[in-house]
Design a protein around this ligand. Structure first.
Ligand SMILES: [Cu+2]
Length: 303
């Protein structure tokens, strides 16, 4: 994607460090545990907590190992039969969405790797020191719903964890955009959330389509990085969805407590990310946040 083009030009990956590929673990029966832990879960919307689900396994073949040094991230999705999946149904315009975030919820990246014919997905990225969560969000051919598998990768270096920023309804980007969040996250409910984009105080009304919408929102639960599916409620060209300043979503979170929201939006040819901390509360009257302040958007590390 556009914002990452610079990083992708970095040269030669010095040598993949293979991450041991575990044999696909047995698929837990849905009844064995809480739905949010095993993840299929239309009911809860939480996923990304397991490296293997419904027989599909995320097999990471190579990942950057040193802080700040661009390296290749390569992975496969193994099918229930153990062979790599090579056919995917695009969701949100792409056959594979790769989300990277450090376990402290900083350093969010949303990448679209390219697949080799044998089913190996590859991209290049640089990561800060620490443990990072890798999420692969995809729909294998023949399966109607997307699924998200996740696993950790370790990056050596001087790890300085970043505290979760306080809740805020406003986020700013480094280049002058302000995004305002309205709505409340109510556990177990498809909660309307609206994000409004302005720049230098003026509403932005010419957002560009990005991933079949005017914005793409990822929500990660603080504490375990459960990955929540968030759906835009309108799409470009449907005759009723304006190109900003407001972008409407339905977000369903499984439990009360803090979440980090990452909004990707495109304007004037550049994809930007605005981040928010939001506390979900069962009382629908509870405001999204009680404190002021703002969170800085982060460009992907190393760019
Ligand atoms: Cu994507």
């Amino acid at each position: 994607m556009l914002a990452l083009a610079a990083g992708a030009t970095v040269a030669a990956f010095a040598g993949p460090t293979p991450v041991p590929a575990a044999a696909p673990p047995p698929v837990p029966a849905p009844a064995q545990g809480p739905a949010i832990a095993s993840g299929p879960t239309a009911a809860t919307g939480a996923s990304g907590l397991a490296v293997s689900q419904d027989g599909y396994t995320l097999d990471v073949l190579a990942a950057p190992t040193q802080a700040g040094s661009p390296g290749e991230l390569a992975f496969r999705v193994l099918s229930p039969g153990g062979t790599p999946v090579t056919a995917f149904t695009p969701t949100h315009d792409k056959p594979m969405h790769l989300i990277l975030v450090r376990r402290d919820q900083s350093g969010f990246q949303h990448l679209h790797p390219v697949m080799d014919p044998d089913g190996t997905w590859r991209t290049t990225t640089a990561l800060a020191a620490g443990d990072h969560r890798v999420f692969a969000d995809f729909a294998p051919d023949g399966r109607s719903e997307a699924m998200t598998l996740g696993r950790d990768i370790a990056v050596a270096g001087d790890y300085r964890p970043v505290p979760l920023p306080p809740p805020s309804t406003t986020a700013t980007t480094a280049d002058g955009y302000t995004v305002t969040l309205t709505g409340a996250l109510v556990p177990g409910t498809a909660s309307p959330v609206t994000l409004s984009v302005s720049r230098n105080g003026a509403p932005v009304t010419d957002l560009q389509p990005y991933l079949a919408a005017y914005g793409h929102l990822v929500a990660l639960r603080t504490g375990d990085l459960a990955y929540l599916h968030v759906h835009p409620t309108g799409s470009p060209g449907d005759g009723r969805t304006p190109a900003g300043p407001a972008i409407d979503f339905l977000a369903e979170v499984p439990s009360a407590g803090p979440y980090r929201l990452y909004l990707d939006f495109a304007h004037q040819g550049v994809v930007r990310t605005a981040e928010f901390t939001v506390v979900a509360a069962s009382n629908p009257g509870t405001p999204v946040s009680a404190t002021s302040g703002h969170s800085e958007s982060s460009a992907p590390h190393g760019h």
